[in-house]
Design a protein around this ligand. Sequence first.
Ligand code: XMP
Length: 323
Amino acid sequence: SWTTGNVIEEQVAAIRAQVGDKRAICGLSGGVDSAVAAALVQKAIGSQLTCVYVDHGLMRKGETEQVEKDFVAATGANLVVVDAQERFLNALAGVSDPETKRKIIGREFIRVFEQAQLEILQEEGPEVAFLVQGTLYPDIVESGGGTGTANIKSHHNVGGLPEDIEFQLVEPLRQLFKDEVRMVGQELGLPEEIVQRQPFPGPGLGIRIVGEVTKERLDLLREADAIAREELTAAGLDREIWQCPVVLLADVRSVGVQGDGRTYGHPIVLRPVSSEDAMTADWSRLPYEVLAKISTRITNEVADVNRVVLDVTSKPPGTIEWE
Ligand code: XMP
């Protein structure tokens, strides 16, 4: 019968048989799938695994720390964190077009990840020949669920490496659905924040700033997003909401009045949706008190934001993200 215990036991045995005494690398994205895949492989081969986390600076508040501290504490995994924030900001400078942003973020991500792989290979010898990926059953059955350009799932042949080294994939979640992955993650002792994380796009906050991405705008959006998440969690709405993008309209300015005078700031959009699979979605009818609290806090606590607006569009015609 299907139990998380059986799945873990089977996968641990399969991973050991596949990897033997060789070494493996796993890229962590901050999401559920890569974390659970890494935790399973860690359980199977321990210190033969090296995890890599590319910090592109486009994550939400606390997410990088979750990987650096909580994931490592829960699994004991070897983790290499690459601070690439400057590099991503430089690459994104002056860019407003959403698809161009996606391409740049995806491209830089792969370059940074490959460079990290190369360094690990040079350090540990070319017997690092396994690449762990959090591919799920639905990814195999029909690829194209997400538009993930910054997603290394579709990236199998690693360039820039000595030609005779080819990574073999380790995909311990291949037979699982998302809810099963969460159960396995929980059983493996991963933190709740990682296991129950709502969907979050690979390009991160980079596609939630309408306009150019800058450090100041990212910091501002991180604050607004953290407030929205805090209040939604406090109201017990996490399970009801599929995800809630918080979007900064950086290219739009709105007039407000705060304290003694007139302000000329930016609107923040709340986009809470309910959905089964992100293919279609409906806007969530959140309680007014919760919306009021979020709005008051964001306008009080986040400098340069003088307006909070609610997106009441279903998908279709609106996508879940604004970009
Ligand atoms: P849309 O905005 O197309 O989003 O309704 C559907 C789902 O996909 C996520 N999304 C992305 N995920 N890379 C990703 O990994 C992307 O470029 C991307 N764009 C959208 C979105 O958050 C939602 O869950």
